[in-house]
Design a protein around this ligand. Sequence first.
Ligand SMILES: Nc1ncnc2c1ncn2[C@@H]1O[C@H](COP(=O)(O)OP(=O)(O)OP(=O)(O)O)[C@@H](O)[C@H]1O
Ligand SMILES: [Mg+2]
Length: 168
Amino acid sequence: MGTPLTAMSQCTFEIQSQSVEQTITFGEQLAKHLRAGDWVTLDGELGAGKTHLIRGIAQGMGADGHAVASPTFVLMHEYEPEDLDQPLLIHIDAYRLERSDDLINLGWSDVANEAVMMIEWASKVSEALPVDRLQITLRHVDDHTRAIELTGYGKWEDRMENLPKFSQ
Ligand SMILES: Nc1ncnc2c1ncn2[C@@H]1O[C@H](COP(=O)(O)OP(=O)(O)OP(=O)(O)O)[C@@H](O)[C@H]1O
Ligand SMILES: [Mg+2]
């Protein structure tokens, strides 16, 4: 089993991942709870594990996880699941965006309702984010360990209790 949940409030919890594999597995488990129209934000310093977590989520949604890399230079990637009943995955890296408006100008708005939106470095564009969102913050604990904190806002508050609380 992984590390037990630390409950901080009803709509926030934290798990610890002890390896890259645990982070990816947690992403795969989390993906089962995501649906079209959802927004997930990821923050945490360089190398905290944001992209690896998204890789796991992509795999869990039936897209090719190996295709997931930090889109730092292209800013936005779109991953199509093999199963067309699954939502698209839109992965944006806001690291190089200067203003919240820049997020809107990336041109995802036509497909947002059919997609799960995942935003790395979301704090850089916080004013452009919807209220209803799952916020994920990753922290280095040591070389192989990362703390992953999840907070639900708006409609996500009620969905938090169903999310996986372990990474194994
Ligand atoms: N438990 C862990 N979970 C995730 N990554 C880990 C873990 N332990 C070590 N790592 C290492 O930390 C790094 C995480 O890289 P990743 O690209 O996912 O981070 P990032 O937060 O997306 O960084 P950036 O802001 O540069 O895009 C990788 O080198 C990975 O091997
Ligand atoms: Mg990254």
